[in-house]
Design a binder for this molecule. Sequence first.
Ligand code: ATP
Ligand code: MG
Length: 247
Amino acid sequence: MTGIPKTHPRYHSLIARENIVEGVNKGITSMQGLVAQGRGECFDYLLGERTVPSALLAEKITSALLLLADRPVISVNGNTSALVPEKMVELASVTGASLEVNLFHRTEERVSRIISHLESFGATRVLGARGDGRLDLEHARAIVDQEGIYSADVVLVPLEDGDRCQKLVEMGKTVIAIDLNPFSRTSKTATLTIVDNVSRAMANMISYSQQFEKYSQEELEEIADHFDNSTFLSEAVGELMENLKNQ
Ligand code: ATP
Ligand code: MG
């Protein structure tokens, strides 16, 4: 890894790049994942590399939804396992969610590498290797676990592709996407989209979930009551435009 001084003004972004490259070298991230990260970085720049207020609210609502769910699942891909392995393990543990590996560029070897990688950060049980359930899609993201994503009621899908997101919504699930691009099909189809960097989003959701652990069901329901994804997306676009105007 290149030595990046903590004082560098773009430290976090550069570390993320290093982590993604290391993910590719370890065989957990796909080469295509590098391109996806680049697209994300661009939108993060436009948003000012910060969590905008509407994203923070979406993170608060998501934490409540995960705690209220009967069968919550956090979907893991090659990019998130390189960028936020520890945070995903922690969020799953605080909310009682399962972790499930689900890959667009799926090979059984990559699935098992990601599972071992998450285990090295303390995960005790990671789903995704069994692949005994099918979504009605023509690519490898159709392969899911029956006891995981297939039967989940709430699914958190960081860096998802649009058609699986749509399929999961059609199955009646509450689907929460984390996607820095407010224009993507994923962002538009999800039940709720967090327009934020996955790294900041995960950290905020861990704090909210810890804070909410003692909340009653009624209190959580009040937080997660009534939200409209399109307002979250237009607020993110508004922030982006303001940022551009102020340059
Ligand atoms: P669509 O959702 O329109 O089908 P896509 O899924 O094909 O598009 P990809 O490039 O495969 O597009 O998906 C990656 C998405 O993840 C991009 O929209 C990108 O902005 C977002 N992204 C990449 N890195 C991060 C990150 N670190 N945090 C949050 N979002 C990210
Ligand atoms: Mg997408």
